[in-house]
Design a protein. Structure first.
Length: 242
């Protein structure tokens, strides 16, 4: 099914038997709404709403003006369009950024929040990283070749989407975390190098009504690396809400 936001096509789907409070899946950067497909299979009693964040999956391209607030507004507009008054959120990585903003700024839409290897906080200062950024900016200013700089996610994007990506990863959502009142589960892999465990612990400190679970063998896709442990944590959290 298709929804249009600011002229951009957004693909979305429902999974399971319709209910008053769907679980909204917000996937990571570069993935699509199928990211949690293997997890969803273990929760047949729940009703899920998935979408493909533009420009991924079957959704359309975005222009350079999009930012993290655009994405959050888009999801809220989709909920309003579908007459979804409240939803639980299951969010991974980039999707966690959107989940944090929704829970902080539109709490009426959020029943509970699950942040899996979530982005949203700026990394600790690294002198090596600082020098790398300075080198990149200088070479770009001088018109020199900057190919190979930046993360793999950055390298795989077109120029317009790179601007969107840079805007998103530069945004520190720390100030929004204390506004979250929804019951929150934070699940991170202890071996996650993209969003390290210290970020999970910081999110736990900042979000008042939160529970932290660290999966020992998990990386940035901890829900795939440790499916049994992840589903158990998720089941306990959702059952505890009843």
């Amino acid at each position: 099914m298709t929804f249009f936001y600011q002229g951009v096509e957004v693909e979305y789907h429902f999974i399971g038997n319709p209910g008053p409070c769907p679980t909204l899946i917000l996937h990571g950067w570069g993935c699509d709404g199928e990211e949690f497909a293997s997890t969803v299979e273990n929760f047949s009693d729940r009703y899920f709403l998935t979408l493909d964040f533009p420009p991924f999956g079957k959704s359309g391209k975005v222009d350079a003006e999009w930012n993290i607030y655009t994405y959050a507004s888009m999801v809220i507009s989709l909920c309003e369009h579908l007459k979804v008054k409240k939803c639980d959120i299951l969010a991974h990585s980039f999707g966690g950024r959107v989940g944090i903003l929704m829970a902080a700024l539109a709490p009426e839409f959020v029943g509970s929040l699950v942040l899996v290897d979530s982005a949203g906080l700026l990394p600790r200062f690294s002198f090596k990283r600082y020098l790398k950024i300075k080198e990149f900016k200088l070479k770009k200013k001088l018109g020199l070749n900057v190919q190979g700089y930046g993360s793999e996610d950055y390298q795989n994007l077109d120029e317009a989407t790179r601007k969107v990506f840079v805007s998103i990863v530069s945004e520190d959502l720390k100030g929004y975390c204390h506004l979250i009142s929804a019951k929150t589960l934070i699940v991170f892999g202890e071996k996650d190098k993209d969003t390290p465990p210290y970020m999970a612990k910081k999110l736990h400190r900042l979000i008042k009504n939160s529970t932290l679970v660290l999966l020992k063998e998990g990386g940035h896709f901890s829900f795939l690396d440790c499916p049994l442990s992840f589903c158990k944590a998720l089941h306990n959290f959702w059952e505890g809400e009843k």
